[in-house]
Write a protein that binds this ligand. Sequence first.
Ligand SMILES: [Zn+2]
Length: 283
Amino acid sequence: MPRRRSPWRLVLALLVLAAVGAGVAAAVAGRSGETGSASAPDGPTGTAPGTPSASPSTTPAPPPPPLAGRTVVLDPGHNRDNGRHPGQINRQVDAGGFAKACNTTGTATNSGVPEATVNWELAQEVRVRLEALGARVVLTRQEDAGWGPCIDERAAVANREGAALLLSLHADGVAPGAHGFHVIHPGLRPGWTDDIVVASGQAAVAVRDALVAGGLTPATYTGSEGLDERSDLGTLNNADVPAVMLEAGNLRHAGDAALLTDPAGRARIADALAVAVSRFLAG
Ligand SMILES: [Zn+2]
């Protein structure tokens, strides 16, 4: 490629002139000075066609981040100390036209890491990523300790906040040979989920696809290709906004437990979830 004089030298010179006075710069460049562009007609002292404009007008504001103005509610499932509060968590609440316990203890790894803590840590990773994309992120609980909100209240948080998506984060505890993630979306419960079934299904596909693209394995033991439709979950049934629940892996499976208790593993999942939320909200 032949050497050419850098156009940036001219740009620099014009910018200096612009700093001295917009009128001078406009005259030299043959531009209006306010709205000049590379395609504007040259004046009597015009520069070569295609020369970048030296307009002194202010730099346009950067575009808003992609999730600006959107609210995402993250629901880290359970609370670490639910087991110490049986009176509270066994209270019956409306789970979508039927009664169910306020919450459960959740499961744990074989070495005793509570599911609630895995969910909590994952939610922090997801929160950071979504906020970096401009989203307003609300969590259904503010700490890992203690006992947490009932399942109906977790959905109510998303409803009150006008969330574009409720993403409930869980991990499973099944036979040690079973592994992989699955994304649960609400089935049709007339009067409860009519308004969210379709969008929630789309959100579930977005989450599944992003996790697969991130190298995670769809569950070998339940659902179909990483998706599962259920109508018995109060968190989903009580939602009036698109809602999905991720079972990120089987904490009784050594490989899944290693992934989910490793910050790097959770970061990998969170990366995929941020992609999923972005794609779903863009659609
Ligand atoms: Zn759970």
